[in-house]
Structures are given as structure tokens and as C-alpha cells.
Design a protein around this ligand. Structure first.
Ligand code: HEC
Length: 141
């Protein structure tokens, strides 16, 4: 539907690396952008792929939903939100880093019922999708 978004991603030689800081768990994601391309924005109303949506529901939306809970910043309820630049980078990249660092889901948070860790399969889906620049896809029916 919006091939431009994919094209620009595909031709974009993303090279990002993370530096683990001595403060433990803090990560600075450095992103070397490619050939002057600015971040593609998600078209308003573009759908989150169904598989990703389900992973978010299972693991993240309890806190990062329409109503944010337990002090969680950001809602992951639309592709537009997920592409919004937060700090110096789009939110999906922060999501990637939070997963990579095992910062999220926050299993040490004292809440009832306790926070379940994300399964390897779900983590993989979400990391691959965010690494790919969080492209739109077919929504759940
Ligand atoms: C039980 C509630 C809860 C769940 C579930 C949860 N989060 Fe969070 N999240 C938080 C809270 C609270 C913070 C703020 C933590 C802080 O700043 O110390 C946060 C912060 C974040 C941040 C911001 C980190 C930054 O860059 O500053 C990201 C990104 C994030 N969460 C992603 C996720 C993802 C992805 C999932 C699902 C795999 C998830 N979270 C699941 C509560 C939650």
C-alpha cells in the first residue's frame, strides 16, 4: 500500500550499535543514518502487522496501552505513535533497545499479577520488526 516506506528502508544501510554503559542497563544507541534519508513516517492509520499487534498485547500493552500504567512512558497503540521521534530516535528503536537490554518487560516491577517475561518467540518477532524499521502490515481482522 505504501511501498515507499519499505523501499526507503530497504535501501537504507542501517548500521546501529549499542554501547553498554557502566551504569548497568543504560544503553546509548548510536545510529549512523544512511545517505541523508530522513526517518520515514508512518502514514496515519497504517496498520500494525497482526502478529506484532498480538505480541504487543501479550507483553507490552498492559502498561503501554491507551491508558498508560505504572508510570510507563509512551503508548504502543498505533504505528504512528511507534514511529514518533522520542528523544533523538523513533520510538521503535527505543523498543528494540529495551528488548535487547532485557530492560522490558520489567519483570522486577512489583505489581499484581507479576509481570511475565516475554517468550523467546515473541521477543524475536518484536526485535525483528523493530530492527526492520517497524513497517506496516496486515492488521488483525
Ligand atoms: C508492567 C508494566 C510494563 C510492561 C508490561 C512493559 N513496560 Fe515498558 N516501561 C514500563 C515502565 C514503568 C517504564 C519506565 C521505566 C523507567 O523509565 O525506569 C517503561 C519504559 C519503556 C521504554 C522506554 C525506555 C527508554 O528508552 O527510556 C520502552 C521503549 C519500553 N518500556 C518498551 C516496552 C516494550 C517493548 C514492552 C513489551 C515487550 C514493555 N515495555 C512492557 C512499564 C512496562
Amino acid at each position: 500500500m505504501f511501498p515507499l516506506l519499505f523501499l526507503r528502508r530497504a535501501t537504507c544501510c542501517v548500521s546501529s550499535f549499542t554501547v553498554r554503559s557502566v551504569y548497568g542497563g543504560l544503553t546509548a544507541g548510536l545510529f549512523l543514518a544512511c545517505s541523508g534519508a530522513e526517518e520515514p513516517e508512518a502514514a496515519p492509520g497504517a496498520p500494525i502487522p497482526c502478529e506484532v499487534q498480538q505480541v504487543l498485547e501479550r507483553n507490552c500493552l498492559r502498561c503501554h496501552g491507551e491508558h498508560r500504567e505504572y508510570g510507563a512512558p509512551y503508548s504502543f497503540t498505533s504505528l504512528e505513535e511507534i514511529h514518533r521521534v522520542r528523544g533523538s530516535e523513533p520510538l521503535y528503536r527505543r523498543m528494540f533497545e529495551a528488548l535487547e537490554d532485557d530492560f522490558m518487560p520489567p519483570v522486577t516491577l512489583k505489581v499484581e499479577p507479576p509481570v511475565q517475561d516475554i517468550s523467546d518467540a515473541d521477543r524475536e518477532v518484536l526485535m525483528e520488526w523493530t530492527r526492520a524499521g517497524a513497517p506496516e502490515g496486515e492488521a488483525c481482522q
